[in-house]
Design a protein around this ligand. Structure first.
Ligand SMILES: *Cc1c(COP(=O)(O)O)cnc(C)c1O
Length: 444
């Protein structure tokens, strides 16, 4: 942690840090945001997203056979985009401010198998690794049918290899489920905030679960050390992974298609706003990158973090990125939003987001529960607390200077709150979430 003197120097340099350190909700607009034509060279291009999409397509025969829930979609893993008009009216009344434009929910809470956004990045990284091993060892080539990944020959081949991951929960679920299905020896290193049912489910699927009393960074550190000590070990590193990032970015191609299908225009007169719940910054970063590559300056990406875990916000605001943690600033990283309970941002994702994202706002845990219950009451959609964070985005942004600063036509705006998880949450846990939200609403 920084000394009192260092902290006061930081606060002088960035006055918003005062509120951030006091864990008050803030809205920060990114002064490093660049116009598309001025974005510095990035580690990936649009072509890389199309390549990643091709990998997904090669694996569809395998996915369709391996997971019965993918039969109807021919092995593709995607979620609906839904207009949430009833909730929009309720939000306007509850927060006493109008939402200009239309409000949609991107329902990654319904992503098959993993029940969260980690089905994008986590599955992609495991499939990418499996494909690389299979090709290097002459088991398959790109043009063959990937149903072969289900055969005993492939499974016993993958059994020689170990995959490890550190996780607060959802990433572990996605890596654990897909790795075990392919035959890998998979170990998940979980932080203190990981829910018991996630550990149970993983063990049931055949993963080994290690529990840590510390936070996410500790679980990652231990997992990384253990895994790389094994010459046939591969560590999925949420703090720096390029593959996770690319897997997430494919969401942009899918969303582009859904927007077209719904005749939703995105251009200079029709701005698109995305509100993305953020942990290490990988999933929101990958999606923001993909969307910027497609829609350029017409898409405006905002991240959302809990007031107690504003790791990407502090990283970008100070410019120190992964070199600082929220704990360095005396913030405890304690939040019920386990998907977002991250004290230190991803190095890889955060340096890309630096020039692409419009801003970040923070939200209190009570607010998340309240939004969870409202979404259930008005739309009959049940998500986990982390996944609700985007829902107050439109009102945060519309009431900031952002619209005027960029001269945007807010009446023609489309707002998309990204619901990042929830489908695997057991009913009894969901009931408790709902009740908590009810009591917050009743208090108001
Ligand atoms: C992981 C996760 C996020 C955030 O993704 P990061 O890559 O950690 O930023 C948001 N919501 C849920 C439900 C998650 O599981």
């Amino acid at each position: 942690m920084f000394s009192a003197k260092e902290l006061s120097t930081w606060k002088e340099k960035h006055p918003l840090l005062k509120q951030i350190i006091n864990v008050e909700p803030v809205t920060w607009l990114n002064s490093n945001l660049k116009e598309s034509k001025h974005i510095p060279k990035l580690p990936f291009t649009k072509a890389d997203i199309y390549e990643a999409e091709k990998l997904w397509t090669r694996f569809t025969p395998f996915l369709k056979k391996a997971f019965s829930e993918l039969e109807d979609t021919d092995g593709f893993i995607e979620s609906p985009l839904k207009e949430i008009d009833e909730l929009k009216i309720a939000l306007e009344n509850t927060y006493d401010s109008k939402i200009d434009g239309k409000l949609y929910l991107k329902m990654d809470n319904e992503l098959p198998i993993a029940g969260s956004i980690k089905a994008r990045g986590g599955f992609y990284e495991v499939l990418h690794y499996a494909e690389t091993l299979a090709i290097e060892n002459g088991l398959i080539n790109y043009n063959e049918n990937y149903e072969a990944f289900l055969t005993a020959e492939f499974k016993s081949f993958f059994q020689q290899y170990a995959i490890g991951v550190g996780s607060t929960g959802n990433l572990g679920l996605s890596i654990g489920i897909m790795s075990a299905k392919l035959g890998f020896n998979v170990s998940v290193y979980m932080s203190v905030d990981a829910k018991q049912w996630k550990k149970d489910l993983l063990r049931e699927k055949g993963a080994t679960v290690y529990e840590f009393s510390g936070d996410f960074s500790e679980a990652i550190y231990a997992g990384r050390q253990e895994t790389i000590a094994d010459p046939k070990g591969y560590f999925v590193d949420d703090e720096s992974s390029k593959h996770l990032f690319l897997g997430y970015s494919v969401a942009a191609l899918r969303l582009e298609k859904q927007l077209e299908e719904k005749s939703i225009k995105v251009d200079a007169d029709h701005p698109l706003f995305l509100y993305l719940p953020c942990g290490v910054g990988g999933s929101p970063g990958g999606i923001a990158f993909g969307m910027k590559m497609i829609f350029g300056d017409h898409v405006h990406c905002f991240f959302v973090e809990p007031t107690h875990s504003p790791s990407v916000l502090i990283g970008l605001l100070t410019g120190e990125k992964e070199k600082v943690s929220v704990q360095d600033f005396g913030i405890d990283n304690r939040t019920e939003a386990d998907g977002l309970a991250v004290g230190r941002p991803s190095s890889f994702a955060t340096s890309i987001s630096d020039h692409l994202i419009s801003g970040i706002y923070t939200v209190e845990d009570d607010e998340l529960y309240k939004l969870l219950t409202m979404l259930a009451d008005y739309e009959n959609i049940y998500v986990e607390p982390s996944a609700t964070a985007g829902l107050i985005g439109p009102q945060q942004v519309l009431s900031s200077d952002y619209i005027n600063k960029y001269g945007l036509d807010k009446d023609n705006a489309t707002h998309i709150a990204w619901a990042t998880g929830g489908d695997l949450v057991p009913e009894s846990d969901m009931k408790q979430f709902y009740q908590k939200g009810k009591s917050v609403l009743n208090r108001a």
